[in-house]
Design a protein around this ligand. Structure first.
Ligand SMILES: Nc1ncnc2c1ncn2[C@@H]1O[C@H](COP(=O)(O)OP(=O)(O)OP(=O)(O)O)[C@@H](O)[C@H]1O
Length: 309
């Protein structure tokens, strides 16, 4: 049974349709990511699921629990990362955790949470002195304080530098290791691709596509770009290009000086045959790479829009 089921959610604000018929379900232990451009409806969707906004239509169920009948039980089951402004600046990291823990009948020991978010050494630091990344880590710690089974993180890495983002990824993966379910929103494709079991691409309030990152990429195309650099100059590359174009799996090719780019539906086979050819001719291969399609390529294909972080 899914831990979360979202059915036909709708939400409008005046003339703006923020969410239009969003449905999905999330299994226990998954990292489920909602990704989309600014204004796509990610936060509104998340807030309806978290019980912070009431949908105009549609339903949200956590197992057999729903917001109308079981609000108190749901609040014990889920953890919501507070907005960074909801932290108490004049209290220390530990005091913030203790304060949030006091809201619940059963809380995870503060020391455990501090260790999970890698902030044991900063536990006595005042929140106003924390960096952006540390504030976000504390916010995730606060979402964990009631030992929830489902954790909601709304853009936990937006605006952070690459190292701080990676530190947050480590925490999210640790949560997965503990068997927690995480629902994440992000602007960053790379993050969605690295962390998620499944990705839901949202645009203009609707789901454009939903699947595992690998399946989304696969569904788009089986083509891979193979790059081959030859040590024997342009002429050797030209002959190799002509040969490559005769291969049944090769869709197209182009050449810049001694470097060949070949798009093929069977990269391993194409490479094997090309190596046979270059060896026969005595051409030496200097460099070789196979480029995978990225989730970014998928987004552009499904929405027709360029992706901007
Ligand atoms: N309280 C509100 N009142 C009016 N319009 C709103 C409100 N909340 C959201 N909207 C509008 O609904 C649409 C979806 O907003 P939402 O914040 O859910 O998108 P998002 O995908 O989370 O965007 P971002 O990545 O910028 O946070 C936007 O057009 C937004 O302006």
């Amino acid at each position: 049974m899914p831990v979360l089921e979202v059915n036909h959610l709708h939400k409008t604000f005046g003339a703006v349709t923020a969410v239009e018929d969003i449905s999905f379900s999330v299994e226990a232990g998954e990292i489920f990511t909602i990704i989309g451009p600014n204004g796509a409806g990610k936060t509104t969707t998340l807030e309806m699921i978290e019980g912070l906004q009431t949908p105009d239509r549609g339903s949200v169920a956590f197992g057999s629990l729903d917001w109308k009948r079981n609000a108190d039980q749901i609040k014990m089951t889920i953890g919501v990362q507070p907005q960074s402004g909801a932290l108490f600046d004049l209290l220390s990291v530990e005091e913030n955790l203790d304060l949030f823990a006091s809201f619940y009948p059963k809380a995870t020991p503060t020391a455990t949470v501090l260790e999970m978010i890698n902030m044991t050494d900063q536990r006595n630091k005042h929140v106003k002195k924390l960096s952006g990344g540390q504030r976000q880590r504390l916010a995730i710690g606060l979402a964990m304080i009631n030992d929830p089974t489902v954790i909601f993180l709304d853009e936990p890495t937006t605006g952070l530098d690459p190292q701080a983002r990676r530190n947050i990824w480590d925490i999210i993966l640790k949560l997965k290791g503990l068997g927690k379910t995480t629902i994440l929103t992000t602007h960053y494709m790379e993050e969605a691709e690295k962390l998620s079991d499944r990705v839901c691409i949202v645009d203009q309030g609707k789901i454009v596509s939903l699947d595992t990152p690998a399946a989304l990429i696969d569904r788009l195309t089986k083509e891979r770009e193979v790059r081959l650099s030859l040590m024997d100059g342009e002429k050797a590359a030209e002959v190799t290009e002509q040969m490559a174009l005769l291969h049944p799996a090769v869709v197209r090719a182009n050449r810049e000086g001694p470097t060949l780019k070949i798009w093929t539906t069977q990269p391993e086979e194409t490479l094997y045959d090309l190596f046979g050819f270059t060896k026969d001719r005595g051409f030496r291969v200097e460099q070789i790479s196979i480029r995978e399609m990225s989730l970014e390529d998928v987004f552009i294909a499904f929405t027709g829009k360029e992706w901007r972080d």
